[in-house]
Design a protein around this ligand. Structure first.
Ligand code: GLP
Length: 241
């Protein structure tokens, strides 16, 4: 596990964008694993700028997102599919038919989870997986106690995660308590993982990820097993290391 500590969130986004640009230049048809949440937004902005000035192209890339709320349709404003369209896909030259987000409104969600795993395999596996981290150490929606060998499946969100993500929902809006998420085993199979974390609120989770024991109590600690995991954090997120 390589840990890169940078001054602030802007530096974290720029460093992450460099890694993704390099990946796309070396392998234009890369399979990108993508993430939602506030943290990757600045990295996506940097990639949009590099795409628009012709420095990097997504034209031959494929993507698979980590997770989606169960029960939200693609066009729901809080769905992660909508988030990805607004924050990345609508602004770059990616072919949207090559972008994948777990289907939150699948008629048979269990079958959809199995299909998602098959789709990743058929695409040749994920070349580079972007990750954020929850305050409780979750990656994707793999909450604490998730099996380290888990695959794409339905997960119940913890109270803490529901509270953390409530800022995106208005008071009278339905907030899902279930999700479809790639498993930890799925994430560990990607060829490279890049986890971003910024701010003091993530410091405890980062300490557990980097210095703690390998444990299902901190799902991100599973990255200790990954042969090419990079953790890019600002000084505030590194404050407990
Ligand atoms: C959600 C997502 C995670 C993300 C986490 C942290 O729970 N499912 O993939 O890492 O939020 O989000 P933020 O970057 O907004 O702190």
């Amino acid at each position: 596990m390589k840990v890169v500590i940078l001054k602030d969130a802007a530096a974290v986004a720029a460093y992450g964008a460099d890694i993704f640009s390099k990946q796309l230049k070396q392998k234009p048809n890369s399979v990108l694993g993508l993430a939602t949440g506030s943290t990757p937004v600045a990295l996506y902005k940097a990639l949009i700028a590099r795409n628009q000035n012709g420095d990097v192209s997504f034209a031959n890339a494929h993507s698979f997102n980590l997770d989606e709320y169960l029960g939200l349709a693609d066009d729901h404003p809080q769905s992660y599919r909508h988030f990805m369209n607004v924050n990345l896909f609508d602004h770059v030259d990616i072919d949207k038919t090559n972008t994948h987000v777990p289907p939150g409104n699948a008629k048979d969600p269990r079958a959809a989870c199995e299909q998602y795993e098959r789709d990743i395999t058929d695409a040749g596996g994920i070349d580079i997986q972007l990750l954020g981290i929850g305050r409780n150490g979750h990656i994707g929606f793999n909450e604490p106690s998730s099996s380290l060998a888990s695959r794409t499946r339905i997960k119940t969100l913890t109270k803490e995660t529901i509270a953390d993500n409530s800022r995106f929902f208005s008071a009278d809006e339905y907030q899902p308590q279930l999700s479809i998420t790639m498993g930890i085993g799925t994430i560990l199979e990607s060829k490279k993982t890049v986890l971003l974390a910024t701010g003091e609120a993530k410091a405890e989770a980062i300490k557990a990820t980097v210095e703690g024991p390998l444990t299902a109590a901190c799902p991100a600690s599973a990255l200790q097993l990954h042969p090419d995991a990079v953790i890019i954090i600002d000084e505030a997120a590194a404050s407990q290391l």
